[in-house]
Design a protein around this ligand. Structure first.
Ligand SMILES: [Zn+2]
Length: 249
């Protein structure tokens, strides 16, 4: 592992970035946090929504028990997120899609900020807070940023109940999204892990798969993480400060 503080990226990494044809990036909560998005987790398991802990109100079980309460919680979160703007990390990654023959952006974030910055194709491992999904037929519906527009309580296709299209506690990552991320990770030459401690499986497995398949793995996080030990290069810093340096002319 090579850890860089101050002088970054290294010459070697700059060279790899310039030569690479297939690049894959995994982003997490740290990238959203730099835009001011709270983690919504409270602290130490503290109750954060009407007396319910984060992992209860955001759970699959709660969808069964009280879908209305889950919606209230996610309506609240969308209201908080609505005014948040993409930061220089999102903007840099949106530019990167035009730099490489094959560029893949995978995110654990659900706020849609990558798309807001201009990233056209994003593999969303945990869904998107701006989408609702029918529990019966799976039909997706985009939720407007304009709060005067009400979301439909029922599916217009089958009358089934709509739920937030996000992966909740007790649910698995959508297999097709994970599969696509895995295949791209295994096919890339350069892999970036940005703003995530990658403790949450299966997302945590993706950088390791990339490296096993031969990719050079770079971590960008403010602090060392459990991933740091195996990454080929670790840059400790904010994503919004580091990422724009790569394609700076
Ligand atoms: Zn339906």
């Amino acid at each position: 592992m090579q850890t860089t503080n101050g002088a970054f990226p290294t010459e070697e990494l700059r060279g790899r970035f310039a030569r690479a044809r297939r690049v894959c990036v995994l982003t997490g909560a740290g990238v959203s946090a730099e835009s001011g998005i709270p983690t919504f987790r409270g602290g130490g398991g503290a109750a954060v929504w009407k007396g319910l802990p984060f992992d209860v109100i955001s759970s699959a079980e709660m969808v069964e028990r009280d879908l209305q309460a889950v919606w209230e919680w996610f309506d609240f979160r969308r209201e908080v997120i609505r005014v948040v703007r993409p930061n220089p990390a999102h903007e840099a990654l949106a530019r990167w899609q035009d730099l490489f023959e094959d560029f893949t952006l995978v995110t654990q974030n659900i706020d849609g900020l990558h798309q807001a910055a201009g990233s056209s194709e994003v593999i969303e491992l945990h869904g998107n807070i701006w989408r609702a999904r029918c529990v019966m037929c799976g039909r997706l519906e985009h939720l407007s940023h304009d709060h005067s527009q009400m979301r439909s309580p029922r599916c217009t296709n089958c009358e089934g109940e709509m739920r937030p299209d996000v992966v909740l506690f007790g649910e698995i990552v959508p297999p097709e999204a994970f599969e696509r991320a895995m295949l791209k990770a295994q096919a890339c030459e350069l892999f970036f892990v940005v703003g995530t401690s990658a403790l949450v499986y299966p997302a945590a497995a993706i950088p390791e798969m990339a490296q096993t398949a031969g990719a050079f793995v770079v971590e960008i996080n403010p602090e060392l993480t459990p991933l740091s030990g195996f990454c080929n290069e670790v840059i400790n810093g904010k994503a919004g400060e580091i990422l724009p340096l790569f394609d700076a002319r």
